[in-house]
Design a protein around this ligand. Structure first.
Ligand code: 26W
Length: 810
């Protein structure tokens, strides 16, 4: 029965009184939010059960997206949207004198991810469900997600993310679906009737408890599952004899030792550290996930020999690579298949996405660590390596260097990317340039050996969250002009182009952006106490803080602009508000120093009466999905200024364009494809090309010191870092200064500086022509359809997973 306003009101009141045994008007907003969330989840359960029943027939191949991170953000608004009941609920609540938006704001972000990789996983879940593709997520239910960032006296302070403090209404604990994961111990081989069998003894046992969250498709009755695993000790395991011996503490410690596995998300992205706990996390969720998938598959009558025809395992970067030897272990030790057959099934089941070429992000584990923690898994990796290296020897006799760099085990390390390439049937990059670099440079030897494994899948974003839900006014304009086809088929956004001749549409675009900017200005005032003018250009740089993303380049140009304003306070320029947001990894000193620099510039500039109406600098605290939604829709300018070749794809670039911002970009990652879509007239490109960057690496003839000495403007801003202008402590920004000069500016900040300034001057000029500016924004919106993750997922489905939708969709 379709839900009406009346039914909803009745259901909601009932749910509330059942949960809290009191009247609705006696409840707090948190209680109302929780009642609403629980009700919405209930509304999805019928479809959830029915979808699961369909999957039981095994008619449809299912894909499991294994990822250490799922950065979901809030779920209430999107669930209502996808169930098609947002307007009904809003109206029903209004009649009860409750504002839906207030309840939506109560929800804690589900922040189980660092950045791009985790958010991509979340967008993919939404697209798989919305396209009716049988696809589920498998990951870790961290007790503490990505830390909350507070800015205190200009510096980042990390605070634990206690997202589970108030109940998570979306998840269901599935006690009956627990799995056992084994660590440590010893493995012995015995010959049983001519077959070598492996026995694992003396291991430690960890109970893996799944928590399931429904992933609701857009108005299609499909509900897939995100299954996150939590580590618990087995109570029965409690050794009471130790209690009698007075070793109570040891047992308690063992409990917390076990539970520490799913305690916390590692906050490093793009920098790998060989921490034992991280290796445990990886094996923990991969082993639990695979065991439960295979158990379920067999229960539904699936034949183990046909596993690869019915199930795809996708690994999101190398973090879940142990899925390869773990699947081998299950097939050989438990299902008693022969090696060759098991290997064939494994390779054909697993596919792998690479998300970064940064060498320091490549995972490798010390051999003795893997051996001790996962003795049987190590044996299997060794055997895979042995067989694979013998193939390499046949093909490249005598080429020792090549073979050792391609080997899975070398220099006493297990190289996870190598294992992922060898043990999967598909390796993909996340944007065209990135894939080309993988094929021709980073993974060139592998590409030569396995030319057919490599392919590109340019990233995408779910337009349901990033446009329809987070920018309702723009969505309304689009519906008014091009109808609502674009909701199911975002490629139809291109029809918006023809409306850009219409002055009223241009005016509406302007007004919508202005309104979004006003809302953000309010938020900035609330959070930071700083007044910003919505008539100024909102120039936004939000993403993880990292040297390669070059927040410093942005800082230097603001410092330069400030210098020019000091020289000439009447400088003719459109006022700008520079908005930054992003977290630094806690151990990444330079990134933290960059945050301090942004805040120091903000402090100086925002309090200088000479320039205060021309420029403002804001560093928003605690950048996260829910804040991104508010910032991105209000942006005029999107800063995508990574050193060319370093940003695998970027995805915020797509979100900004879809919300009608103009991109200032280097020709890096998906920026190139955005440029190709909108053409050079509708994007502002600057900086070194990838060939130029690669050439610098080859010839080693870059000298930032020469640039510094020959360019007085650059010299001046660099000197400002250490001359006391931004801090009485002249050493405060010394490390940034040194990285740019003494360490020869690894990311070519100085080289791109002048070109970047010119690009920004073009922005200034363009913005003065209001109509032209809005038309360009409109063109960007019109061409953003291809960057919907629906397009990406269709490609994965067709070209990698071979999965079919439950029904025919557009
Ligand atoms: C081992 C530590 C570690 C943790 C996370 C290394 C690397 C990562 C991720 C691969 C970093 C990441 O999020 N990469 C981003 O992935 C996005 C989705 O594909 C891309 O859009 C970004 O360009 C890429 O930086």
């Amino acid at each position: 029965m379709p839900i009406t306003t009346e039914i909803f009101k009745k259901d909601f009141e009932e749910k509330f009184s059942k949960m809290y045994a009191k009247e609705l008007n006696e409840g707090s907003d948190l209680e109302r939010y929780q009642a609403l969330g629980t009700l919405v989840r209930d509304y999805a359960t019928k479809d959830w059960i029915e979808t699961n029943n369909k999957y039981k027939s095994l008619e449809n191949k299912e894909v499991y997206y294994f990822s250490m991170e799922f950065l979901l953000g809030r779920l209430l608004g999107d669930s209502l949207l996808n169930l098609g009941i947002r307007d009904i609920c809003k109206e029903g609540l209004r009649e009860l004198d409750i504002d839906l938006e207030i309840l939506e704001e109560i929800e804690q972000d589900q922040g189980l991810g660092n950045g791009g990789l985790g958010r991509l996983a979340a967008c993919f879940l939404d697209s798989m469900a919305s396209l009716g593709i049988p696809g589920h997520g498998c990951g870790i239910r961290y007790k503490y997600g990505f830390f909350d960032q507070k800015i205190i006296e200009g510096s980042q302070v990390e605070v634990a993310d206690k997202w589970l403090q108030s109940k998570n209404v979306w998840e269901i604990r599935k006690e009956d679906k627990c799995e056992i994961v084994k660590f440590g111990g010893i493995v012995t081989a015995r010959n049983i009737d001519g077959r070598l069998k492996f026995y694992h003894d003396g291991y430690e046992v960890v109970k893996a408890v799944p928590y399931d969250t429904p992933v609701i498709g857009y108005e299609n009755n499909v509900v897939n599952t995100l299954r996150l695993w939590s580590a618990e000790s087995i109570e029965d395991n409690f050794d009471f004899s130790s209690f009698n011996r007075g070793e109570y503490d040891r047992e308690i410690n063992n409990k917390s030792y076990v539970e520490s596995i799913s305690y916390i998300l590692y906050p490093e992205d793009s920098f790998y550290e060989g921490k034992l706990l991280r290796l445990k996390q990886q094996y923990f969720f991969v082993s639990a996930g695979l065991q439960s998938i295979i158990r379920n598959y067999k229960k539904n009558g699936g034949s183990i020999k046909k596993l690869h025809e019915k199930i795809s395992i996708h690994i999101n970067d190398t973090h879940p690579t142990l899925a390869i030897p773990e699947l081998m272990r299950i097939l050989i030790d438990e299902e008693e298949l022969e090696w060759d057959e098991a290997w064939n099934i494994t390779k054909n089941t697993v596919s792998y996405t690479n998300h970064t070429i940064l060498a320091e992000a490549l995972e490798k584990w010390p051999v003795n660590m893997v051996q001790e923690l996962l003795p049987r898994i190590y044996m299997i990796i060794e055997e895979i390596n042995k067989r694979y290296c013998s193939m390499l020897w046949d093909k490249y006799p005598g080429e020792w260097h090549k073979i050792s760099s391609m080997a899975i085990i070398s220099d006493n390390y297990v190289k996870m990317a190598n294992l992922a390439i060898v043990g999967s049937h598909s390796v993909n990059g996340v944007a065209k340039l990135h894939t080309e670099i993988l094929k021709n440079k980073e993974m060139a030897d592998f590409y030569e050996f396995y030319p057919n494994k490599f392919n590109n899948k340019t990233n995408g974003i779910t337009h349901r969250r990033w446009l329809i839900r987070s920018n309702p006014d723009l969505t309304a304009l689009l519906k008014d002009t091009i109808g609502d086809e674009f909701i199911k088929n975002p490629m139809k956004l291109v029809n918006f182009k023809e409306h850009l001749k219409n002055k009223n549409v241009i005016e509406s675009l302007y007004k919508i952006k202005y309104k979004n900017k006003e809302k953000l200005a309010k938020e900035i005032y609330k959070e930071k106490g700083i007044v910003v003018d919505p008539n100024s250009i909102f120039d936004v740089h939000v993403k993880r803080i990292h040297a390669y993303k070059r927040q410093t380049l942005n800082c230097l140009r603001i410092m330069d602009l400030y210098n020019r304003l000091l020289e000439n306070p009447n400088l003719d320029m459109v006022p700008r508000t520079f908005i930054f947001g992003g977290k630094a990894a806690p151990g990444y000193h330079l990134a933290k120093n960059t945050i301090q620099l942004i805040n120091a510039i903000a402090d100086k500039v925002n309090n200088d009466p000479i320039v205060k109406d021309k420029i403002k600098v804001i560093m928003m605290d605690n950048y996260r999905v829910s804040l991104a939604e508010k910032i991105i829709r209000a942006a005029d300018v999107s800063e995508q200024i990574s050193t060319t070749t370093k940003e695998a794809s970027g995805t915020s670039n797509m979100k900004f364009m879809m919300n009608g911002a103009i991109t200032v970009a280097t020709l890096d990652g998906a920026n190139i494809e955005i440029r190709d879509e909108v053409t050079d007239d509708n994007i502002i490109i600057f900086g070194l090309t990838s060939d130029e960057v690669l050439n610098y690496y080859k010839t080693c003839d870059y000298s930032s010191f020469d640039i510094y000495n020959n360019d007085s403007r650059i010299k001046k801003v660099l000197d400002n870092l250490i001359d006391g202008k931004y801090s009485e402590d002249r050493n405060k920004f010394r490390d940034i200064y040194d990285s740019l000069l003494i360490y020869n500016d690894e990311f070519f900040v100085l080289r791109d500086f002048n070109d970047y300034i010119k690009a920004q001057e073009r922005v200034d000029k363009l913005y003065r022509d209001k109509e032209k500016w809005q038309r360009i924004c409109g063109i960007n919106i019109a061409h953003s359809g291809i960057f919907s993750s629906d397009r990406t997922i269709r490609e994965y489905s067709k070209e990698i997973w071979n999965t079919k939708a439950l029904y025919k969709s557009e």
